[in-house]
Design a protein around this ligand. Sequence first.
Ligand SMILES: [Zn+2]
Length: 373
Amino acid sequence: MEIFSTDTTIFHKEIKELLYILEHEKTMEKIAALSSMEAMLLLGTQLDETILNFDKKVFGNRALMEKYQQYMNANYKKFINNFYENKEFHQAYLCEILKIIGEDLQELGEEYRTYNTTYLKEDECIDIITSYLKSIKKENLFYEMIEEKRIFELKRNLDGYNGETVTIINNGDSFIFLKGFDKTIFSLTTLSHELGHIDDFKTIYQKYGIKDSHNLNLLSIYNETISKKYEKDFLYYLVDNNIYKEEAIDILINLYWNDYDVILSTYILSYLPKRLLERDKYQHLTAEEITKYLPEGQKEIGEYVDSLNSTLQDDINYAYGAIISEYLDSNNKDTLYSGYRHKLFNPNFIVENKLLPEDFSKIYQKKLNKLKI
Ligand SMILES: [Zn+2]
């Protein structure tokens, strides 16, 4: 058994199905197909240059492309407006969470860990990831991806990501792309994260169908929640079962510091005026300029921000993913699908599901205690 495929047959097959949709289906289906196509072609041409040939067929229809752009822009606007309208909630909530994380994490050391990296054999990689997945009864997620040759290795950059999952919204099928997979515990953590996306999307697709699944990709701030859960649960599985335990602990602590950074970014962004949030214009600001917008008594956090590099949508997705994933029990993600999941952010989701800082604190402390050795 091998993790990666070099056979792009299935890729071609899916692209052809999407092309059929672009010619025969209704507008909503076409828009969904186009958004999947964009990602498929971008990443696919790295695997197989002949995929470039599809470009014209896909993007050649100007009237349709216009409709597509309008739809995407309207949703983007909704997302930004929604973030801005709820800024006071985000400010108060994230501030509490940051306090908890900051204090608890500092006990484990104030800096990122360096650790001895173990390079595994491919068979051992497969054994480790499947033993984790078996423990949550999700091994089929991985076996199916391998059997259907849907996991690919990318040589070139992924805009700073180590992995990406592309799901075809029209049929729920997915592909995983991994960059720099060097058979380490860290690269298995990335794989676990991407499998989380697949599990998440399967549930959504079955429950809500094409339209809401598509909106969810564009509007939801919970897109990174299940994937963050898979990522951390995988490492805790290693800790609990004494499998490369020390390495897993070091990676977990680094991930938690990453989470802290991204929550802090989102918190800071919630103080910026709307015009700077749109199309991530704040990325051009210096730390000094950003600090101007922070309230008195909070100015010192400006020091931690050299510049805010990632997009607002990414930051907020990873920030809430980091937080909400901590509340979810194994195999229990009903909370996330109780009705708010595929809609715009509504603070009631947090309040009604009791995803509140005092519970967060208890859960967080318990988890971090496992890392103190
Ligand atoms: Zn992700």
